[in-house]
Unconditional design. Structure first.
Length: 294
């Protein structure tokens, strides 16, 4: 959708297929107002198959994305971020990387629970899936811990353990509610990740009840395609905007200036995002939370 920001895409610096220049060109062609390239930043002990940016190439990655941004057309703003794999056992290593390198924003993601890479298809027959409720609970506990650290701007693809269409057998809502409370307290945003529509679950992350609970807590949203090739940039954003509106959102967070700006109408009218020095337009407050979404 024209004018929106895609805050979650990957290049060949991690596990994507396109270059920064190619992703920037795709975003400009689709009329996006902002693109956040957020390759994987993974602690060494978790990066067993090398899907993260090599730690010795992080500065090269930052330079390449910023150079691609300088060549962007159509008023497109380009940010360089990182999708950070959170684990309580690697906090010191992750903090050192974030302190050393100048990212514009960070997405917190949990791909491992107690060392188990649950989102890989080859793990579907692993015995650790025998108790999916425990896996979901531990996942949300880790999201809450990451939010409490104060190091992250966005919670990425919440509800990721649902990727293969294996829902918990019991009620884990208290766990995801506690994670949302921590996200709200940290002032983070929650990502509407449209990549889930192409996963076996066939749904945007997070599930609608979780997103509705996020809105009730005044948590801002961002949009992410989780693109791993240029053709996926901005994919299914119309569906994501419709979902956001359905649960009561009127705004989304623009990460370039951390402002909450109006969701586009359908069909969208914006060809590019408003300039950074422009005041955000007046929008009605969400009825469940007075004032501006934080």
């Amino acid at each position: 959708m024209r004018g929106l920001a895609d805050s979650h895409v990957h290049t060949f610096f991690s596990d994507g297929e396109g270059s920064p220049d190619e992703l920037v060109a795709a975003a400009a062609e689709r009329g996006l107002g902002e693109l956040g390239i957020s390759d994987h930043l993974v602690p060494r002990s978790l990066d067993l198959d090398g899907y993260g940016v090599g730690h010795d190439r992080i500065e090269e990655y930052l330079r390449a994305v910023r150079e691609a941004g300088r060549g962007a057309s159509g008023g497109l703003r380009v940010l360089v971020g990182a999708e950070v794999d959170f684990s309580p056992d690697t906090v010191a290593e992750t903090d050192a990387l974030l302190d050393t390198h100048d990212f514009d924003y960070t997405i917190c993601s949990v791909h491992h629970v107690d060392g188990f890479p649950f989102d890989l298809p080859e793990t579907l027959d692993d015995e650790r899936w025998a108790d999916p409720d425990d896996l979901f609970r531990r996942y949300y506990d880790l999201i809450a811990a990451a939010a409490a650290s104060g190091r992250y701007d966005v919670a990425g693809h919440l509800d990721l353990p649902a990727k293969f269409g294996r829902p918990p057998a019991g009620d884990v809502s208290a766990c995801w509610a506690a994670a949302l409370d921590a996200i709200a307290a940290a002032g983070m945003a929650v990502e509407l990740n449209t990549g889930g529509l192409d996963d076996p679950v066939g749904a945007i992350y997070p599930a609608e009840p979780i997103l509705a609970a996020a809105r009730e807590r005044g948590i801002a949203i961002v949009f992410g395609s989780d693109a791993h090739e240029p053709s996926q940039v901005g994919r299914d954003f119309g569906a994501a905007v419709a979902l956001a509106r359905r649960v009561g959102y009127h705004t989304y967070r623009r990460l370039s200036d951390r402002r909450d700006v109006p969701l586009p109408d359908a069909p969208p009218q914006l060809d590019a995002a408003p300039p950074l020095d422009a005041a955000p337009p007046d929008v009605p407050p969400d009825p469940a939370s007075p004032g501006e979404v934080q």
